[in-house]
Design a protein around this ligand. Structure first.
Ligand code: IPD
Ligand code: CA
Ligand code: CA
Ligand code: CA
Length: 277
């Protein structure tokens, strides 16, 4: 078993490893994308796709992490899941925004988070086509590093607008019945807000709320790998995150917004029954 560093040191070590792994995977995805990239497999539905690059990026990340910390557990979207004994669990989305990546759209990211004894302590989202990386360590705030910048800058949400002037992002999952219900919620929400965005990467949506490029975000049907790093980054940037009222963010619902906007948005989504078909 690996020896545990003193409290406070381990999250920083985990963050460093996550940044290195996300950087390497981001480079592989950016530089190694085949011109004739196709769909290698499908999962929950014909539009829930996996490419060879999702699998290659996850292999790179899990190989890097298990080489450095062989006693940690891993939960990876593409099956790179293993048990551990150290109390640390890595949560890995090797390519968030696979559909964008397939089409050559730039909104995709690598998302890696670390939990210690079940609590998120470090998270990194690398968005290589933006030349930006976002990260947070528990209690240490959230930071953005732009390519070429000499130092990272703290991430902060925008001043809170009234709901009718809020720019809200959302997403749709891959199952037809759920998508129809999600579209019905968006149909009711859009007349009540400034506008709705659908980027195709939940990790980038969460980073953008944390960094003040969006006012709020909600989505139903997220998996732990979609939201773990973004949840920590958003909270460390001063936002509130949650699910259905009184619950943490999860598959039923994920909401992220600054205090002042979070409750009105969550209440509206509750009125709309955002987690029901
Ligand atoms: C998806 C993206 C998308 C969201 C979906 C996710 P993937 O992740 O984050 O924005 O709407 O719910 O599954 O499959 O590209 O890693
Ligand atoms: Ca996927
Ligand atoms: Ca994802
Ligand atoms: Ca993915």
């Amino acid at each position: 078993m690996s020896e545990r560093p003193r409290a406070g040191e381990l999250p920083a070590e985990l963050l460093g490893l996550a940044r290195e792994a996300a950087d390497r995977a981001g480079r592989l995805l950016r530089e190694g994308r085949p011109a004739d990239l196709g769909v290698a497999a499908t999962k929950s539905s014909p539009i829930d796709i996996v490419t060879e690059m999702d699998v290659a990026a996850e292999k790179l990340i899990t190989g890097f992490l298990s080489d450095r910390r062989p006693d940690d557990a891993v939960l990876g979207e593409e099956g790179g899941t293993s048990e551990g004994s150290s109390g640390v669990r890595w949560i890995v989305d090797p390519l968030d925004g696979t559909v964008n990546y397939l089409y050559g759209l730039p909104q995709w990211a690598v998302s890696i988070a670390a939990e210690l004894d079940g609590e998120l302590v470090a998270g990194v989202i690398a968005a290589p086509m933006r030349g930006e990386t976002y990260w947070a360590v528990r209690g240490g705030g959230a930071h953005r590093l732009a390519a070429g910048a000499s130092a990272p800058e703290p991430m902060r949400s925008r001043p809170v607008p009234p709901l009718d002037q809020a720019l809200i992002a959302t997403g749709f999952n891959y199952v037809a019945a759920t998508r129809a219900a999600q579209a019905a919620v968006a149909h009711r929400l859009i007349p009540l807000v400034r506008d709705i965005r659908r980027s195709g990467s939940a990790a980038i949506d969460l980073a953008d709320v944390a960094g003040g490029r969006l006012d709020g975000y909600y989505e139903r049907g997220l998996a732990p790998w979609d939201l773990a790093a973004g949840d920590l980054i958003a909270r460390e940037a001063g936002l509130l995150t949650g699910g259905r009222p009184g619950t943490p963010p999860g598959p039923d619902l994920t909401v992220a917004a600054p205090p002042g906007l979070f409750a009105p948005l969550q209440t509206l989504l509750e009125d709309f029954g955002a987690w029901h078909d």
